[in-house]
Design a protein around this ligand. Structure first.
Ligand code: HEC
Ligand code: HEC
Length: 309
């Protein structure tokens, strides 16, 4: 290698390292600026039905279905979401009465908007999914949380190191509060059974059964569910069959649904109105052409060996 070439290489390498430093610096600055932002949400959106003891059971059912216990633990006292010396630590908050006191508006800010009372963003709280949560649901969730045995424990303050900051910039945890829209009002639902209520309640189901309830094949985004539309097995069911299946986990032909892939135990405490509404909403869907397992024929490759000519 001639010295000219070496010099050229050194210059190139220097340039690349400089570029990497600029990119990393920008990623770091971007996460920091996201976490330092104070976002103001109109007070009119921070409402909830007054949390009274009659709402406790409904609140438990909703919290369970919405996955609050998944991250905040079964007794809702919180746990480490991320605990490593290099990255820093993030702890899901203690939501029992032993934890920090919060007003209804504070609850609404955290749950619907992913923000702390001062308007800075929470990390890892999936608020995009909750932004239109009804006042009734939020009031019921608060009632349930307030009814829990208080757990008092020291919660370590959130701490992010440089690498944690960069990893978050690279997408390992969401900062919903700065990434989502904050102008969506809570959904207003009429009491009783309705297709509108069914559409709202079944948002979670569509992750695995698809938005048209025609099902998703195994391997698609890691979650697969069968076709629930009229061309699927439940096409011949009655509303009562459907409600019984979700409540007991056993379908009309006696098949016990596998909790590991179909979390019916987190949905079984929905009210009758909620379950009937989900059924009513599914009935508005056209029969899917994707077969019982939700496999789209146009995506299935023809693997029959071709004859040689
Ligand atoms: C995917 C995990 C996850 C789920 C699901 C989840 N949370 Fe959180 N939540 C978190 C984490 C992590 C924090 C703390 C984030 C931080 O400190 O930046 C948090 C914080 C909170 C806070 C505290 C806000 C504050 O001011 O300190 C409340 C209130 C809250 N969550 C309520 C709920 C409710 C209610 C549900 C269910 C509807 C829920 N969360 C579902 C992960 C989750
Ligand atoms: C995480 C993925 C997932 C979610 C979320 C999910 N399902 Fe399922 N569902 C499945 C899978 C997988 C099966 C098949 C389970 C089995 O056969 O053991 C299934 C089966 C069913 C069945 C039985 C179908 C039959 O032919 O017996 C019904 C009914 C059903 N789901 C309704 C729902 C409803 C309603 C929701 C939302 C409240 C929902 N599912 C949410 C994955 C899911």
């Amino acid at each position: 290698m001639s010295s000219k070439k070496v010099n050229g290489f050194v210059v190139l390498l220097g340039g690349l390292l400089g570029l990497v430093a600029v990119v990393l610096g920008a990623a770091y600055a971007s996460t920091s600026s996201k976490l330092n932002r104070h976002i103001v949400v109109p007070h009119a959106l921070l409402t909830a039905t007054p949390p009274t003891p009659e709402l406790v059971a409904q609140g438990k059912a909703i919290a369970n279905a919405e996955g609050c216990m998944h991250c905040h633990t079964d007794n809702l006292s919180g746990k480490y979401q991320l605990e490593t010396g290099i990255l820093g630590n993030i702890y899901s908050t203690n939501l029992t009465p032993g934890g920090p006191k919060r007003s209804v508006a504070d609850w609404a800010l955290a749950v619907r908007h992913g923000l702390r009372p001062d308007g800075t963003a929470l990390i890892g709280m999936p608020s995009q999914a909750y932004v239109d949560m009804s006042d009734d649901d939020l009031g019921a969730i608060i009632a349930y949380m307030n009814s829990l045995p208080p757990v008092t424990k020291a919660i370590p303050a959130r701490k992010l190191n440089v690498i944690g900051n960069l990893m978050i910039g690279a997408g390992i945890a969401q900062i919903a509060g700065v990434e989502m829209k904050h102008d969506v009002p809570p959904i207003r639902l009429q009491p009783g059974v309705s297709v509108e209520r069914g559409k709202y309640r079944s948002k979670l189901c569509t992750i695995c059964h698809a938005s048209d309830f025609g099902g998703l094949p195994p391997g698609f985004a890691g979650a697969a569910g069968p076709n629930l539309s009229k061309s699927g097995e439940p096409g011949t069911w009655t509303e009562a069959d459907f409600v019984r299946t979700i409540r007991t986990g056993v379908n009309p032909v006696g098949h016990t649904l596998n909790k590991m892939v179909m979390p019916w135990d987190t949905f079984r405490d929905f009210s009758d109105d909620d379950l009937k509404s989900i059924w009513a909403y599914i009935q508005t869907m056209p029969p899917s052409r994707r077969g019982a397992m939700g496999i789209d024929p146009s995506l299935v490759k023809d693997t029959t060996p071709k004859k040689k000519v």
